[in-house]
Design a protein around this ligand. Structure first.
Ligand code: AMP
Ligand code: AMP
Length: 339
């Protein structure tokens, strides 16, 4: 089938604009699934969004199944998919889906994810198991792509015990708090070319941890401020080339390991290594996001790194569409879809 017989569709949030602009630039029909509060936004981009599919609330998404199948829709997942639809609903959808749904289990379950990282030979912060003595500063994280919601930090066992009493999350992990700077590396692995590409790099702007330094410690004393890690925006970065070399080699190992662990194709398409880099230039991976991350929105017209490869604007969203286009042209569409 030809390109024009497919429609690239995604949920209206997170990185939808980037994904659909990229799809249009590559010659696809495009559609966005949107709730009433976002219709105005997506209608205003009718230069690259062909159709706005309206639903009352996210839980109505499965009702669109027939429409999606009729349009030969290829669904592009992003951060909102599991967050808004739930894992089961997302997995049960029959529409064509870019990516490997089996990877979602490894992403969502922090223990499986840790296993994946360790097998890949990347540095990870020390993990405290239930009952372990907390002998250094820690960060406690809830499960799922919540954009830093529901985290807290503790300096020692006593503070940890105290704070846990009023913590409402049931599933969480306790991780060493690494002193360094957060750096998020965005990659794309192509099952067609078998290459890992560095797409772009960002850091997050998180409230309130990124503004605590604005008031001196002496003025904060007594205010009882707790650091929180909720992402509000993303800031582009260009990184030292020596660190880039190591990050790319880590990404390659993460992909290779996934092919061993996750049937049958492993991780492919966009993904992100979320890291903390210390003053000893050690790169600790705190999380793998196995999909497009919102930090790529800084680079809708390309990044310094994609310019090296493409000499034209190439966002991660457009790269996804390019991959699907190349797959269709070479009769290999199945290789980039969930089986
Ligand atoms: P939104 O469409 O902004 O409500 O985001 C959908 C989901 O993705 C939510 O679970 C957010 O917490 C998460 N999310 C949104 N923006 C970002 C971001 N810049 N970085 C990481 N996660 C995000
Ligand atoms: P995450 O949801 O794992 O991407 O983490 C969200 C934010 O929490 C990061 O951007 C960091 O600011 C902070 N963070 C998470 N894990 C750690 C860690 N092990 N050490 C220090 N900061 C962390």
């Amino acid at each position: 089938m030809e390109l024009k017989n497919y429609t690239i569709v995604t949920l209206g949030s997170h990185s939808a604009l980037q994904i659909l602009k990229g799809a249009k630039d590559e010659g696809f029909k495009t559609g966005v699934v949107a709730t009433p509060d976002r219709i105005t936004l997506y209608n205003s981009y009718n230069n690259f969004i062909d159709e706005v599919l309206r639903i009352k609330s996210w839980k109505d998404f499965p009702k669109l199944e027939k429409k999606l199948l009729k349009r030969n829709a290829i669904i592009i997942p992003h951060g909102s998919f599991v967050a808004y639809l739930g894992m089961d609903q997302n997995k049960n959808m029959k529409a064509l889906y870019f990516g490997n749904k089996k990877v979602l289990d490894w992403e969502e379950n922090r223990k499986m994810q840790r296993n994946w990282m360790e097998e890949s030979g990347v540095k990870v912060p020390h993990r405290f198991k239930r009952g372990d003595k907390i002998d250094r500063p820690v960060i406690v994280k809830s499960y799922g792509a919540a954009g830093g919601k529901g985290y807290f930090t503790a300096r020692n066992q006593k503070e940890f015990d105290e704070k846990l009493k009023s913590y409402s999350e049931e599933r969480f992990i306790v991780q060493e708090y690494v002193i360094g700077v957060p750096v998020y590396f965005h990659f794309f692995y192509s099952p067609l070319t078998k290459k890992v590409e560095i797409m772009s790099i960002d850091k997050r702007y998180e409230t309130n941890v990124d503004s605590l330094g604005r008031i001196p410690a002496k003025n904060q004393r007594g205010l009882n401020i707790e650091p929180s890690f909720e992402v509000v925006a993303n800031i582009p970065l260009a990184i030292r080339e020596s660190l880039l070399a190591e990050a790319v080699s880590m990404a390659e190992r993460v992909v290779k390991t996934s092919q061993r662990l996750m049937p049958s194709k492993g991780l492919f398409g966009p993904f992100c290594l979320e890291t903390i880099i210390t003053s000893a230039e050690e790169i600790y991976v705190i999380e793998i996001s196995a999909r497009i991350v919102a930090g790529t929105n800084c680079f809708i017209d390309g990044s310094p790194y994609t310019y090296l490869n493409y000499s034209e604007p190439m966002s991660t969203g457009r790269r996804i569409a390019r991959e699907i286009k190349n797959a269709i042209k070479s009769n290999k569409l199945k290789e980039v879809l969930d089986e």
